[in-house]
Design a protein around this ligand. Sequence first.
Ligand SMILES: *[C@@H]1O[C@H](CO)[C@@H](O)[C@H](O)[C@H]1NC(C)=O
Ligand SMILES: *[C@@H]1O[C@H](CO)[C@@H](O)[C@H](O)[C@H]1NC(C)=O
Ligand SMILES: *[C@@H]1O[C@H](CO)[C@@H](O)[C@H](O)[C@H]1NC(C)=O
Ligand SMILES: *[C@@H]1O[C@H](CO)[C@@H](O)[C@H](O)[C@H]1NC(C)=O
Ligand SMILES: *[C@@H]1O[C@H](CO)[C@@H](O)[C@H](O)[C@H]1NC(C)=O
Ligand SMILES: *[C@@H]1O[C@H](CO)[C@@H](O)[C@H](O)[C@H]1NC(C)=O
Ligand SMILES: *[C@@H]1O[C@H](CO)[C@@H](O)[C@H](O)[C@H]1NC(C)=O
Ligand SMILES: *[C@@H]1O[C@H](CO)[C@@H](O)[C@H](O)[C@H]1NC(C)=O
Ligand SMILES: *[C@@H]1O[C@H](CO)[C@@H](O)[C@H](O)[C@H]1NC(C)=O
Ligand SMILES: *[C@@H]1O[C@H](CO)[C@@H](O)[C@H](O)[C@H]1NC(C)=O
Ligand SMILES: *[C@@H]1O[C@H](CO)[C@@H](O)[C@H](O)[C@H]1NC(C)=O
Length: 459
Amino acid sequence: MATNKNPLLLFVIITLLTSSQSSHATSPTVVSVADFGAAGDGRRYDTDAIQSAIDACSSSGGGRVLFPAGGSYLTGTLFLKSGVTLEIEKGARILGGTRQEDYPAESRRWYVVLAENATGVGITGGGEVNGQGERFVVREEARKNIMVSWNRTGDCEGDECRPRLVGFVDSDRVKVWNVTLNQPAYWCFHLVRSNNISIHDVSIYGDFNSPNNDGIDIEDSNNTVITRCHIDTGDDAICPKSSTGPVINLTVTDCWIRTKSSAIKLGSASFFDFKKFLFDKITIVDSHRGLGMQIRDGGNVSDVVFSNINISTRYYDPLWWGRAEPIYITSCPRDSTSRAGTISNILFVNITAVSENGVFLSGSRGGLLRNLRFRNVNLTYRRWTPYPGGLYDYRPGCQEMVNHTTAGMMMEHISGLDVENVKMRWSRGNLEGWEVNPLAFRPSTVNKVSFTEWRSDVY
Ligand SMILES: *[C@@H]1O[C@H](CO)[C@@H](O)[C@H](O)[C@H]1NC(C)=O
Ligand SMILES: *[C@@H]1O[C@H](CO)[C@@H](O)[C@H](O)[C@H]1NC(C)=O
Ligand SMILES: *[C@@H]1O[C@H](CO)[C@@H](O)[C@H](O)[C@H]1NC(C)=O
Ligand SMILES: *[C@@H]1O[C@H](CO)[C@@H](O)[C@H](O)[C@H]1NC(C)=O
Ligand SMILES: *[C@@H]1O[C@H](CO)[C@@H](O)[C@H](O)[C@H]1NC(C)=O
Ligand SMILES: *[C@@H]1O[C@H](CO)[C@@H](O)[C@H](O)[C@H]1NC(C)=O
Ligand SMILES: *[C@@H]1O[C@H](CO)[C@@H](O)[C@H](O)[C@H]1NC(C)=O
Ligand SMILES: *[C@@H]1O[C@H](CO)[C@@H](O)[C@H](O)[C@H]1NC(C)=O
Ligand SMILES: *[C@@H]1O[C@H](CO)[C@@H](O)[C@H](O)[C@H]1NC(C)=O
Ligand SMILES: *[C@@H]1O[C@H](CO)[C@@H](O)[C@H](O)[C@H]1NC(C)=O
Ligand SMILES: *[C@@H]1O[C@H](CO)[C@@H](O)[C@H](O)[C@H]1NC(C)=O
């Protein structure tokens, strides 16, 4: 076209290109829930008004549904539809209902905001989604709060029957950014069988004493990127799980985490593979466990990198899973009917930890840990809480809890362990439950080991 000297022809071509582009672009619809009759007073239910706004926006080709600042929009389950992004303005919040009738009949669909089988959906705006988790506490207890359980109808059994906060199920092109997710009654942010997910600048808060308020659960989903998140919860903070399919391509960077459980945990639902994960530039503060894998159901883990991570882990009440391990990599069959999964090609690089317990690397006979590499790892061990130590924790299932003196690194059923530039520093003070025992191996189960520039000192 550069050689075409006819200005009129060039003009015609440009006009054609421009008009064909604009005929493809549909201008996004912006609707306000206020125009659909939402009161936003935090008392009257706005469920129908908001759902009408979402449906209208989606059927006109998609766009944004605006929640104006200043409003508290009390609602039952909202079904997010293809093409729609909820824009909750700063100072506005969606408030989840606290009655069972606010949610659908099937417990698997109990969410405050739920996208099912949707494409191009999201949440943003600087505002908040709040599940009123505090209203689901039956009794505050110092060790762990006792929660409501909606198990009367029989659709959900046991003590974990409460609504989650936000869910994307069977969805594609999900984007959640610049929003606060507060006080879920149960899991906070749940991705299920979804693909192409971007999460950034999201802040998550759940009561430190309430169980099951997981931060982000990434289940059976591929291609997820999470960055600049701030997660402060009682239960696990970032938790990939595989129940009906694998989890592939997960990247988490620039996050801050505090939890009374595991900051990062693969499993324990682990029926399919976990592949190609990167956790980079993460700060883990005062948590019960740092980087964890609880593989129990036959899925295999491979190609995971943990880099540039600062960790502090401490004991809490043993009612909460975790034993203050900065790194906890385990694979064993959950019970006699389960299969073992292998964990291979795992790299830990540039990790600094201060912790009350050692690193735990435990495979099993059928579930080897293969090719683990440690590079530039700085471990400091000291005790600052009064909880007793001296237990190996294989929960859930397997050998449960086993009395054992603590070691700086405990290792069993490993083939390929390559350690380079790793320091262990031991506090001279109170190390109750410990012997200053840098390394513990289960005899004849650890093979292909290399230690270079490895140091252990009392300070
Ligand atoms: C999911 O959406 C696709 C495309 O819109 C549709 O063909 C399919 O029937 C939907 N499936 C379910 C289970 O709703
Ligand atoms: C988040 O939303 C607020 C309010 O709309 C806006 O001022 C701010 O720039 C947004 N931040 C990001 C990172 O998008
Ligand atoms: C229902 O939940 C309560 C409260 O957690 C629990 O004590 C009870 O065992 C549960 N009942 C059933 C049938 O699951
Ligand atoms: C993820 O990728 C795997 C392997 O390609 C595929 O089997 C699975 O269905 C994908 N999951 C989703 C939710 O797209
Ligand atoms: C994710 O969606 C974006 C936007 O539609 C697209 O450009 C990108 O190729 C998709 N990526 C994957 C891995 O599907
Ligand atoms: C994982 O990411 C790689 C590189 O971006 C891509 O080629 C591959 O298709 C992705 N896997 C899945 C299952 O989407
Ligand atoms: C970890 O701590 C070191 C030393 O305090 C600091 O230089 C580094 O930026 C921290 N890294 C992260 C990811 O917080
Ligand atoms: C895990 O790997 C083993 C050995 O390669 C294989 O037999 C098994 O099927 C894999 N598990 C899954 C869930 O694919
Ligand atoms: C580890 O830290 C060193 C020194 O700060 C840096 O040069 C290197 O790129 C880091 N490695 C990774 C994988 O981030
Ligand atoms: C290791 O970590 C400790 C505690 O955070 C710190 O004081 C020390 O300087 C670190 N050492 C190295 C070599 O990074
Ligand atoms: C560990 O030992 C203590 C003291 O002997 C005992 O009370 C406790 O039951 C043991 N725990 C386990 C899990 O074996």
